[in-house]
Design a protein around this ligand. Structure first.
Ligand SMILES: [Zn+2]
Length: 481
């Protein structure tokens, strides 16, 4: 019995050696996997199922999973034309509502997107299906290696998509794809792993297709799908949308009070700028580094003789924290809720940004933070800017900014001004718990709010709009589990 362990190791080494010898020809392995999947003659596929989707980078706190939605999902893929269309219907699942992603959803939220193999995702969304992966690998210059995963030796097929993105597929003993990894750039998380795991393969008309697909991004799930219907070579007709012109990053200041500007522009959301005696404060960041830097350039144009010393970061969501690193690189002190400390210090500032080097990776600089608990005030003796934590369901760390002299409130996400009703708004007479939380906080602090400058909006609105929005019964959407 004493030699059992060394013997097992020896057997393993021999197997690994054999495996290595068998892996010499990458294209032979790729062809073998394509045959096992039934991908060789697969021109199109249509599949659908049910499960859950999650809103990436919209979690209630930085350390919890993204908000979860019950979902029905269908996808049509045309491998020959390199086009896929995805349709999702999301339903409220979190109860009580927690996090962003359009919550609370009072009705089903429908979304459809058409992608090509050059859009989004590192390898193109098509390469993140087993059949799309193996077809993309065959068309690229794949390499193979042997790796130990959970005590098993697996063959890994790797290639570089679009000369930039590494894509790796793990082949199981049945010669099917167990998992595909790729890495994509993200302005907050840096080089971000997208991990797609396939299991429960079944035969659908000669094609092996997974009945379970689980995707994770940035360490948390984004999709959990149980596939119920697969139609290989179904006739699919999809229009390839014209490539959307990238939205230019721009910001334009509108004076909304003496020495206070609303910075409107694209992409959404917007920012606010407050000038005090010796410096100025840029409130709210954006969904992209480019917009954040456009905001900063506009702030410097409007207040040319003083430093833009502080940035107020409303919360950690993907559309509100993409400028944090850029502002660190420009020497601004970041004011944020203390709940974000670990996430910003250990993840946002430390993760590598090699796929899309940003301002901070080009010009590294130590970060200065002010961590806010309940309240923080910047004052120059005559005017002050008050920053308050707002306990609410959208983001546990949300900060709002208030100018007491101007009786002006600056807030995002739990009060918006989109200019038109949105499909999933509460029905008449119902108030969302998110809005109610803002009303409660403003009342509790006895703030006089004449006007509100919402970041998701166009400019300022009358403060009365908040109280009008709060007329009704506070109620979260019904959830049937
Ligand atoms: Zn948010």
């Amino acid at each position: 019995m004493t030699f059992a362990a060394p013997l097992r190791l020896a057997v393993l080494a021999a197997f690994a050696l054999g495996a290595t010898a068998a892996l010499q020809d990458a294209s032979a392995v790729v062809a073998d996997v394509a045959r096992a999947l039934g991908a060789t003659d697969l021109r199109t596929v249509q599949y659908s199922g049910t499960g859950f989707t999650y809103s990436f980078a919209q979690n209630y706190r930085p350390d919890v999973a993204y908000p979860k939605f019950r979902a029905t999902y269908s996808r049509a893929v045309d491998f020959e034309r390199g086009v896929a269309r995805e349709e999702t219907v999301r339903r409220q699942f979190e109860t009580p509502p927690r996090g962003g992603g359009g919550q609370p959803l009072y009705t089903d939220a429908r979304a459809a997107a058409t992608v090509t193999n050059t859009s989004g995702w590192g390898g193109g969304a098509l390469a993140l299906t087993p059949h799309g992966f193996i077809k993309a690998a065959a068309a690229a210059s794949p390499s193979i290696s042997s790796r130990r995963v959970d005590g098993r030796t697996m063959t890994v097929i790797s290639f570089t998509a679009r000369n930039q993105f590494k894509v790796e597929g793990y082949v199981n003993p049945q010669r099917l794809i167990d998992r595909i990894d790729t890495w994509v750039p993200n302005p907050i998380l840096g080089d971000t792993l997208i991990e797609t795991v396939f299991s429960g393969y079944r035969d659908f008309g000669g094609v092996q297709f997974p009945t379970r697909i689980v995707q994770r991004q940035g360490g948390f799930p984004t999709l959990e799908l149980t596939v119920s219907d697969v139609q290989p070579n179904a006739p699919v007709t999809m229009q390839v949308p014209p490539a959307a012109a990238p939205q230019p990053a721009r910001a334009e200041g509108q004076l909304i009070a003496p020495a206070v500007w609303y910075l409107a522009g694209t992409p959404d959301p917007n920012s606010q700028l407050v000038e005090l005696r010796d410096y100025a404060v840029l409130i709210e960041s954006s969904v992209s580094e480019a917009r954040a830097l456009a905001n900063l350039a506009e702030a410097r144009r409007l207040v040319p003789n003083k430093p833009i010393r502080y940035h107020v970061n409303s919360h950690h969501h993907g559309d509100h924290a993409a400028g944090v690193r850029a502002f660190v690189s420009e020497g601004l002190t970041i004011i944020s809720h203390e709940m974000n400390r670990r996430f910003y210090e250990q993840t946002v500032l430390k993760n590598p940004h090699t796929l899309a080097p940003d301002a901070l990776s080009r010009n590294p600089r130590p970060a200065n933070f002010v961590w806010v608990d309940d309240k923080f005030v910047l004052s120059d003796g005559t005017r002050s800017l008050e920053i308050y934590h707002v306990p609410n369901g959208h983001a546990a760390n949300l900060l709002m900014s208030y100018l007491p002299q101007e009786r002006l409130l600056m807030i995002t996400d739990i009060f918006n001004d989109f200019g038109e009703p949105r499909p999933n708004d509460p029905p008449p007479g119902i108030v969302t718990p998110y809005y109610a939380a803002l009303g409660e906080r403003v009342r509790g602090l006895k703030l006089a709010v004449d006007r509100i400058a919402p970041s998701h909006g166009r400019s300022v609105v009358e403060g009365a709009r908040l109280w009008k929005a709060l007329e009704g019964k506070v109620q979260a959407p019904a959830v049937s589990n």
